[in-house]
Design a protein around this ligand. Sequence first.
Ligand code: ADP
Ligand code: 3PG
Ligand code: MG
Length: 393
Amino acid sequence: MKRTIRDLAELQGKVVLCRVEFNVPIDEAGRILDATRIIKAIPTIEYLSQKGAKVVLLSHLGRPNGYDIRQSLWPIAVLLMKKIKASVTFCNSVIGDEVKDRINAMKNGDVLLLENVRFYKGESECDMKFAKQIASLGQIFVDDAFGVAHRENASNFGVARLLPNAIGFLMEKELNALTTFMEKPKRPFVAVLGGSKVESKIKILNRFIEVADVLLIGGAMAYAFVSAQGKSTGLLNIQRENVEIAKGILEKAQALGKKILLPVDHACVRESDPKKNVIIVENIVKDMIGYDIGPKTVRLFSDEIAKAGQIFWNGPMGWYENSRFIKGTKGIAEAIAQAKGYTLVGGGDTAAAVNSFGFAKKIDYLSTGGGATMKFIENGSLPAIDVIQEKYI
Ligand code: ADP
Ligand code: 3PG
Ligand code: MG
């Protein structure tokens, strides 16, 4: 069992570096479209603050290539200032003298949010020099960022190796929920997978086909499988490697006698149509591009969901942020909300979709992790959590 913040004895006056997961959908104007991940981190932040720690928050947002004002954490600082029962300030860098000065000026219980850690290239590479610079800012490290725990980044995996550490309340809750979910899966176990992070998620389906009974694949992920079936994906070019992985998964499913259902119709637009009217087709051809699953697929998938003992869902079924391509994701969200089986839904965007449809209360467990939940189901552990100290040593 991992050490949690409850096990940290002396917090009064200590600088606690707390990695949180504030990678939330934000629009061009800097408006936060779904604050779930931020709200769920508050209990840990307030606990540390109430224990008299100086709380320094670290997070990434998006996948920036160097500094990019559109991916600044400033809008999140503004929200925290309203939501947190403590004084919250923001610093527009992560390392260096300015940050040190700001920390020196903090009073016990204050909260300071640092800028997007991914503005520094050492973050994603887990450069230990960068991790050391971060670690030098504080005395204790708390990891509450479940959503990124599958990544070995400097501000989670790296810093944890350099400081006494523990997990936060959200991380603990997420781990408990997933462990229970996977301990004795209720059959049939139906996994619904979609989204756009195909590169980092498709390989994991090799494991899903072993642990689940039925896979329902939609979203951008589905096109690699459509291509693997020898069908056209129109204007969308699918990476050869992903098509090969998809082929392997389809063969493995057959060998194991497991069921994989793929979209039987698609919501597309034609590049040649100046009005870009949405058309529903069974086969994507020539100058078409698919952005959502079609109505027959929603019915096909919903029937499987209704029969499930437990359901896992990560990844929207289409480009749901665009109202013309919302129906697939909404239809599946509704089927999952109405399902009799136990439902666990995860992912920044998937949770945002479920919230926007008003179904959140009808989901048994809504996780903040997408890739992280998938990796946990694949391996039963996550690298950034593995490096956290055990409770009794
Ligand atoms: P999560 O955050 O829930 O883990 P991902 O980040 O993998 O999910 O994917 C979410 C994104 O995938 C959304 O922005 C959605 O618009 C996009 N998406 C899903 N299917 C498609 C598609 N067919 N075409 C374009 N975008 C898609
Ligand atoms: C997520 O939203 O899945 C996490 O924040 C991880 O983001 P990443 O895939 O860009 O590492
Ligand atoms: Mg996402």
